[in-house]
Design a protein around this ligand. Structure first.
Ligand code: ADP
Ligand code: MG
Length: 263
């Protein structure tokens, strides 16, 4: 017989709470080196349940490393990272389960090329969360519907546009019922006409109360969806503010310089 779904009970999508102030993702004095390169320098960051934090900064400032550190794709050298109060273990089965609580969407869509769209979304819930196949399929179809690609379910990734593939990647991450979603430049590899369809899905997730950490150069999205903007440079968080403050009166010269180059 198939295993029962023993995963934690979760609010269905669309019923997530609005920001409560309760910290969900907490980084405390996190340091990371690549050889002599100090790529994360004493990073302190607390993201509340339901909060949308947009991380902005020049190339090489450590944004991707920060994302990867949060779900232990990248080990850290010192400090502490917790998700919903729990530190992720270094390895093992527990890591796979806890890692699933942090949904991740990358610049490159990373779909399984030899699996159908539907299988891409059902695989994790079945293998990692022990969801029964029929139930996993129902949930996957609902998610594919939500991101607007349900009619592509039987196709393979290469048959879809980049924008469609990225929306499948979002559905796949959501299928694991994550507590937080990390997006690392999710639209950077997309043709301009496909950027909006992905940002629209992300905006609706944000509205529905999903906790999100989003690395992006899409300033329109940041203005629209972020509760807070975090500006990184040289491995440090240089500035944190509301989007309104950040875009109209950045405090640091580094942020002023960065923003002036975007124009
Ligand atoms: P960002 O995402 O802001 O562009 P990254 O986190 O990718 O920045 O990289 C931060 C710095 O760390 C860069 O200088 C980059 O070259 C370096 N770096 C990233 N990954 C590695 C790695 N695996 N080994 C060595 N250096 C790396
Ligand atoms: Mg990056």
């Amino acid at each position: 017989s198939e295993p029962e779904n023993v995963g934690p009970a979760q609010a269905p999508i669309g019923e997530t709470a609005t920001p409560t102030g309760e910290p969900l993702v907490v980084l405390e004095r996190v340091n990371k080196y690549f050889g002599s390169l100090h790529v994360l320098q004493d990073i302190d960051l607390s993201v509340a349940r339901g909060e949308v934090v947009v991380v902005i900064g020049p190339s090489g400032s450590g944004k991707s490393t920060l994302c990867r550190a949060i779900n232990r794709l990248e080990p850290i050298d010192s400090g502490r990272i917790t998700v919903d109060g729990a530190e992720l273990p270094e390895e093992g089965k527990e890591l796979a389960r806890l890692r699933a609580e942090v949904g991740m969407v990358f610049q490159q869509f990373n779909l399984f090329a030899h699996k159908s769209i539907l299988e891409n979304v059902t695989l994790g819930p079945i293998k990692v969360n022990g969801v029964r196949t029929a139930e996993a399929k129902d949930q996957a179809m609902a998610l594919l519907e939500r991101v607007g690609v349900a009619n592509q379910a039987e196709k393979y990734p290469a048959q879809l546009s980049g924008g469609q593939q990225q929306r499948v990647a979002i559905a796949r991450a959501l299928a694991m019922q994550p507590k937080v979603m990390l997006f690392d430049e999710p639209t950077s590899a997309l043709d301009p006409e496909m950027i909006t369809e992905v940002l629209d899905v992300m905006t609706s997730l944000a509205r529905e109360g999903m906790t999100m950490i989003v690395v992006t150069h899409e300033m329109g999205f940041a203005r629209r969806a972020a509760n807070r903007v975090v500006f990184m440079d040289d491995g440090q968080i240089v500035e944190e503010s509301t989007p309104e403050e950040f875009f109209t009166k950045p405090r640091s010269s580094r942020a002023q310089d960065f923003l002036s180059k975007l124009l």
